[in-house]
Design a binder for this molecule. Structure first.
Ligand code: TRP
Length: 340
């Protein structure tokens, strides 16, 4: 029997589930988990949330909502390992070990850190590290530990996370070179075809940009959100481009090929933006309906979610414990004698 490929991905729990989470992570990961040649590790990156906010209620509620979102969208906890990062203490132990092998220069080049430094520069701050925590700086190492702890082969991520996977490979190779073969070198899986889902303003849909369309919201709020999507000023009747249209890109993520082609034709014929938004709104209402009803059921049963995650962490710990023991031994942290 050949060994199954391990696919691993996580979502930072610092906001409400949005369409970008769904089309970029949740739905493709659930689909991949149905392939019998893969085993999937899907987790709530709850300690990553502290990098972005220090609000305990936000972190807690977001963790719950994102967990319920995975389950509402069809994740089968018997088929995948579905867990909370914070339930796996080995991840944090490994983070320290990996920190000691990570070049500071490597982390200096991380996009998230560099963006914060350049914001300080633009704001004319004397201290370029103003407001930057060690959490933000070390974040790629925590992410490397998430991945290496389960010897994942494949990590599906958005384009913006590619650099972190490269860093993970670099750190794993260093460890293996110094201490002997221990970690699988993972590969990023980036869906270039669909690209990154844009938000209301056309930038990547992300809680950091405050441009998200929530998944689990009522009809009126969903319509309001869709109506806020930014468009260019082309008038009704004027042919419109699909490539730079946020409405079209979001529609593409949820519609069938026939529907996509049909809307593309309408664009050529000069559909009014208002009508295109209406079509998108109806499509979203339709595609999200089943997830929404499941979600309503699940959020009312917090103990089901809790039990599922505890069961998931039990499975995850079966892998993380022996690997951490191997790592400890490799670095020279071990008992002095076997006691009887
Ligand atoms: N940093 C990722 C994001 O913001 C979330 C994440 C944390 C992750 N750890 C991970 C993704 C490990 C893949 C693998 O999107």
């Amino acid at each position: 029997m050949t060994k199954k490929r391990r696919i691993l991905t996580g979502i930072t729990t610092s906001g409400i589930p949005h369409l970008g989470n769904l089309s970029g992570a949740v739905l493709p990961a659930i689909k991949a988990s149905e392939n019998k040649d893969t085993s999937s590790f899907l987790f709530l990156a709850d300690y990553h949330s502290l990098i972005k906010n220090l609000d305990p209620i936000l972190t807690h509620e977001s963790s719950f909502e994102i967990a319920a979102c995975w389950l509402a969208c069809g994740l089968n906890p018997d088929k995948v390992t579905f867990y909370r990062q914070s339930d796996i203490p080995h991840v944090f132990e490994l983070t320290w070990v990996l920190s000691c092998l990570s070049a500071k220069g490597l982390l200096n080049r991380a996009h998230a850190y560099k963006a914060s430094v350049s914001n300080n520069e633009l704001a004319g701050s004397k201290d370029l590290d103003k407001g930057i925590t060690m959490g933000l700086f070390n974040y790629p190492v925590l992410m490397a530990a998430d991945i290496l702890m389960f010897n994942a082969n494949i990590v599906p991520v958005g384009q913006d996370q590619k650099q972190h996977i490269e860093m993970t490979r670099d750190i794993a190779a260093r460890f293996n070179h110094h201490y002997g073969d221990t970690f699988t070198i993972p590969e990023a899986l980036i869906d270039d075809e669909k690209g990154v889902l844009p938000g209301l303003d056309g930038q990547k849909m992300s809680k950091s940009y405050k441009n998200v369309i929530p998944v689990f919201t009522d009809k009126d709020s969903l319509r309001k959100a869709v109506m806020k999507i930014k468009t260019n000023s082309k008038a009704p009747g004027e042919p419109k481009e699909i490539d730079d249209s946020t409405i079209f890109k979001i529609y593409k993520s949820f519609a069938s090929i026939e529907e996509i082609n049909k809307l593309a034709l309408e664009y050529k014929k000069g559909i009014a933006w208002g009508n295109a938004k209406e079509i998108l709104f109806n499509k979203l209402e339709d595609s999200l309906a089943n997830y929404k009803s499941e979600y309503t059921r699940i959020v009312n049963d917090r103990s089901f979610v809790e039990k599922t995650l505890i069961e998931g962490s039990r499975k995850a710990l079966e892998i993380s414990l022996p690997l951490m023991q191997k790592v400890r031994k490799a670095v020279g942290i071990k008992g002095f004698a076997k006691l009887k």
